[in-house]
Design a protein around this ligand. Sequence first.
Ligand code: GTP
Ligand code: SPV
Ligand code: MN
Length: 593
Amino acid sequence: MATTAPTTHAALLRWVDETAKLTKPDRIVWLDGSEAERKRLTEEAVAAKVLIPLDQKKWPGCYYHHSNPNDVARVEHLTVICTPTREEAGPTNNWMAPADAYAKLGAIYDGCMKGRTMYVVPYIMGPPTSPFSKVGIEVTDSVYVALNMIIMARVGTVALERLGQDGEFNKGLHAVADCSPDRRWICHFPQDNTIWSVGSGYGGNALLGKKCLALRIGSYLAKNEGWLAEHMLILEAESPTGEVSYVAAAFPSACGKTNFAMMIPPKTFDGWKIRTVGDDIAWMRVGENGQLWAVNPENGYFGVAPGTNRKTNPNAMDSVRKDSLFTNVARTAGGDIWWEGWDTEAPAELIDWKGAAWKKGSTEKAAHPNSRFTAPASNNPAISSKVNDPAGVPISAIIFGGRRSTTVPLVLEAFNWTHGVFMGATMGSETTAAAVGLKEGVRRDPMAMLPFIGYDAGTYLQHWLDMQGRIPNPPKVYMVNWFRKDGNGKFMWPGYGDNMRVLKWILDRAHGRVTAKETLVGNVPRPEDINLSGVDLTPEAARKVMDVDLAEWETELESQQEWFEKLGKTLPRPIALQRDILLERVRSARKQG
Ligand code: GTP
Ligand code: SPV
Ligand code: MN
């Protein structure tokens, strides 16, 4: 921690100086990323009542944070791509002209740090020596944000060293300011490698390395430089014979990435080991053997708390056991925590996420549905030894998955790359609590990237198609659905660890070990190729969860028309043609009965 700049990087010094002239903080503090600094900042945060210590015996190094109740999730309606033309941002993004955005937010930033400290957080996304990695500097008025960044990224001296005298860096200006929803904006300037975020201290709005840099700016860079920046977990699977494979999977926010990346296989899969490379973001490039290689740019987990417990995700529970932050979960007066879907029932009394007294039996939720933990990746007992490998890991399969109560079967394999891109492009998912202000129901969420594509969505899909020409040994592509429901509205598939059964089939297919059954909309497992022994599922339910119902698919394909119209003239023709072919085949099969 230093109050004089620990760098001679002229452009960086100039930018920090300009930023301070605009926001007018009382004090500027540069983070070095040391343990002593983390302790000091934590003490400051506790003194300022930004953090509340938990019971340090039970939760060593862990602290609690109540966010402003008006600031609990990403705000997609206030998230903006600021490119010279509206067309570059495309029909799925909000757009402002860069000059207008700088003026509008500049007025809000003006003097907003008076009386406050401005923290300068240098960070690296990606392993420090990896060619994949990018340096960012986040300037923030929030000690809570600084402490989260320390967990989520590689922060401090390591980043300034990588930057050197004249390295390129992302300029991230963040201020909670007065946390007013009327003065809240998350603006991205891809051409300037700049992010301006104001009015929110929450997650993806405020931890600028995550969604803003690693995905929105990242996807823009990736298109220009020929790689992929994706909302994907990366997992390592080791078979009982010692074969090690890697898969990347894109599920929309709050649809199971963290859980899949930390899964513990069921008993029948004794000898299998699943390890985590990443739980939210993958940067992927063509590398050795002509394969797609992936790194996780992050260094921690900002995970959904509700539903996480010893049974569903023991590795996440172990990851939060020390040195973690908890935001908007419920707590006890004695410094313990609780949330909906905890291992045990709620205690008689809690302090809810808003800080109010809560009694067991209350109809109000004690923890906010988007309450989160921030945990260092190094706490995860199942972390892959490859997380810091500068080359990343070779990807054998890409999985797309949404939250669909109907239509989409447990698993579906794409016929080829183009069909796989089509599957990703038309992915639908029921909305969750990870963002506020969304209409309930299914929305199209291409590659789980709808809120994170930093440019025109049709052009993004074309980039995915173009990647085929760059990857001599492409991964196979799959679609999964853990969330299909029965007639009573209950999830049919047990999910969590049992998802191993699906993963095993995917790996067998990716390595060319089993055949599949072709349906009109994709390949599915033959019943004998998917191990269901010991699963809590009747044979009838197993059939239903994997069923491809052509009537449902006709409706599904028809309903994609609206989405394609929204994408407009940059929708790649091969994607439109995929739909035409599938729809034609499904219709004619249905006519024949
Ligand atoms: P973000 O951090 O928002 O990107 O979310 P994520 O995709 O990492 O989702 P996460 O793994 O945190 O899961 C979100 C919610 O879905 C949690 O409440 C989980 O308990 C629940 N969930 C995860 N996997 C499964 C599953 O296989 N089946 C069911 N029914 N629920 C699941
Ligand atoms: C998501 O919403 O996809 C998240 C949480 O991973 S946030 O950091 O808020 O973006
Ligand atoms: Mn996410």
